[in-house]
Each structure stands twice: as structure tokens, then as C-alpha cells.
Design a protein around this ligand. Structure first.
Ligand SMILES: *Cc1c(COP(=O)(O)O)cnc(C)c1O
Length: 330
């Protein structure tokens, strides 16, 4: 299904699908499995690496020598893009958005942004709410004026090109579910810039699977998030030659666990991060996977996700824990 699209190997694939027996026992409901996309391998891993296999290949196909992208100060996407650019010998121009108010010194200097600096990405800082489509065009123009060839990767690599990485993940996951003879009743993941959920739902539907997928939001309200995922899913389905494979009702988001906003810690995130660390030795992050996990735990406790076997897609992000060192309640 994806053979015709250029792809550059960046990720360690397949990522493992593992059972979490101690967490499952602690919650006393369904058996919980984790799809370890925190282990994609590039610069501490995460979900953007799968997307970048396609985005970076497109950049190389177009003859780019510089990639331009955008993210929050603690963006995992920016960190993985900066590392991929180094690996492929490309320059990396980054527009960093100050989305969090009253950031701590660790937030501004540790975690992902420290790694961006180690990878030598050129970081430019902008206030929250900037029109980044326009600003990225300006940076691309500047690269061209200097004799370079830019390629713009949108935030989170969430367009139909990057989403191919999660179409690919859905195919991989369905193969593992079959191999392990699991009867999976739900798949749960964090959803932000939408490429992960959109790619997954396209992959699941195109493969004829009827396992429901739930995205737990970290940013936007529910209607807006579902609309964003559905639109990208339609574009991605079209792009791979499977138009119409995703129906509007296949796209389900729950945005009840955002708390006060993007990147702002919540008590339930804090509890979830400690629970997974202490029951399974796994690291989740404060902005995305920790809030999604908090959502899944709450939905198991209140019986909404009471069925047999849940797969939680771990999208990574633990590098950001260091940026939140002062805000976690330990
Ligand atoms: C970007 C990111 C997500 C969200 O994925 P989207 O494709 O942007 O929806 C989830 N978890 C982590 C750790 C991320 O970095």
C-alpha cells in the first residue's frame, strides 16, 4: 500500500508490543499492552521518527539541503527533526513557539531544547499565536536567498506525507496482534497535531480492521480535534489511493484530560507518570503520553474502557521530563 512512497530508514522497526501485567493487575480491568513507539531509536525516540521517514525522504527527493520546521520550546518533533537532519547531512531551521506562560529555567533550557542545541539546529524564537505558515515561508525565502534549497515540514510532521508513518504503524501493529493471537478491543493514543491518529485510522480501515481507535487530546477542544484528525485522515486516504476508507464516526477524540492547557501539568498526568514508572519501569512525558495515559486510566476506572485487551500506543516524549523537573510532584 505504501511501496510507491519514498522512505528513508530512521526508526528501529518494528517497535515491540508488550504486555503490562503489573499495571493491568493494579487497575483490575482489561489487560493492557503497550506499543513501544517510544523506542523508535532516534535521539531518545518517539512518534515523529516514523513520520520523518517519509517527510525527510520527500525533502531529499526534492533536492533540499535545509529543512524548516516549527514546534513548542519542548517539542519532541523538533528534537527528532534536528537529529534526522544531522543523520542525513541536512541543515535544520527551527521556529520555536513560546506556548507556555511563565516557563521555568528548565523548561527554557533543558529536555528537548537542550538536545536541539546539541544537534546544532538553528533556533529562532517566536511568541505564542504567531502565524507560523507565513513565518516558515519567510524563513524558506531567506534560505533560498542564501543559495539553499528549503523543504518545509509542518508542525508535528502532520500532513499526508508524515501521516504515512502511522499508516505504516497500523499495518505493523495489526501484524503483531495477529502474531500474538490477541483479541484487541481498543487502541488508545495521544492526539495533538493529528498525524498519528489520522495515519493510524487510515491504516486500520484500509486494512479492513474494525478495532476502535481513541485519541486523547492534549490541546484543542473535542470538536476541533476530531475535525482536524478527520480532515487529515481524508487527505491521507486520498494520497494512498484509498479515498473514503475513513468515516467521520471512526474519528473519536476525548479532550477531557487537557487540564489548564497545552503543556500545563495536571494532577492526573502526574499520577499516571509515577504509576507507570513504579509499576512497569516505563517513562512517559508530561505534555502528551502522560496526559493520554491519565485519560486511559480514568476511563478504565470509570468503566468506559472496560473491555478485554487495550493497546496503548506509547508516542514517547520522556526527554521532556527533565524540562518539567520542578513541576512534577514526587
Ligand atoms: C507529537 C506527539 C504526540 C502527538 O502526535 P500528533 O501526531 O502530533 O497528534 C504524542 N506524543 C508525543 C510524545 C509527541 O511528541
Amino acid at each position: 500500500m505504501l511501496d510507491k512512497f519514498p522512505r528513508v530508514p530512521l526508526a528501529h522497526l518494528p517497535t515491540p508490543l508488550e504486555h503490562l501485567p503489573r499495571l493491568s493487575a493494579e487497575l483490575g480491568g482489561p489487560q493492557i499492552y503497550v506499543k513501544r513507539d517510544d523506542c523508535t531509536g532516534l535521539a531518545t525516540g518517539g512518534n515523529k521518527t516514523r513520520k520523518l521517514e517519509y517527510s525527510m525522504a520527500a525533502a531529499l527527493t526534492e533536492g533540499a539541503d535545509t529543512v524548516v520546521t516549527v514546534g513548542a520550546v519542548q517539542s519532541n518533533h523538533v528534537r527528532q527533526t534536528a537529529a534526522a537532519a544531522c543523520k542525513l547531512g541536512l541543515k535544520c531551521e527551527v521556529l520555536l513557539e513560546h506556548r507556555v506562560t511563565d516557563p521555568t529555567d528548565n523548561y527554557l533550557n533543558s529536555g528537548n531544547v537542550l538536545l536541539d542545541r546539541i544537534f546544532g539546529a538553528n533556533l529562532r524564537e517566536y511568541p505564542g499565536g504567531t502565524d507560523f505558515d507565513a513565518e516558515m515561508e519567510k524563513v524558506a525565502e531567506e534560505v533560498r536567498a542564501g543559495g539553499g534549497t528549503p523543504y518545509i515540514i509542518p508542525g508535528g510532521a502532520s500532513n499526508e506525507v508524515g501521516a504515512l508513518g502511522y499508516v505504516n504503524c497500523a499495518i505493523e501493529l495489526l501484524g503483531q496482534i495477529e502474531e500474538q493471537a490477541l483479541d484487541v478491543t481498543d487502541i488508545v493514543t495521544a492526539t495533538g497535531s493529528a498525524g498519528t491518529q489520522a495515519g493510524l485510522i487510515v491504516g486500520l480501515k484500509a486494512m479492513g480492521s474494525s478495532i476502535p481507535l481513541l485519541g486523547i487530546g492534549v490541546n484543542a477542544p473535542e470538536d476541533e480535534q476530531e475535525e482536524k484528525v478527520f480532515n487529515l485522515a481524508c487527505e491521507t486516504a486520498e494520497y494512498i489511493g484509498q479515498p473514503g476508507c475513513v468515516a467521520r464516526e471512526d474519528v473519536v477524540a476525548n479532550c477531557d484530560y487537557v487540564g489548564d492547557g497545552y503543556g500545563v501539568p495536571t494532577d492526573s498526568m502526574n499520577e499516571a507518570v509515577l504509576m507507570l514508572a513504579r509499576s512497569e519501569g516505563l517513562l512517559f512525558d508530561p505534555v502528551y503520553s502522560g496526559k493520554a495515559l491519565a485519560g486511559m486510566i480514568d476511563l478504565i476506572r470509570n468503566g468506559t474502557l472496560g473491555r478485554d485487551n487495550i493497546v496503548f500506543l506509547h508516542t514517547g516524549g520522556a526527554a521532556a521530563l527533565f524540562a518539567y523537573a520542578d513541576q512534577l510532584e514526587l
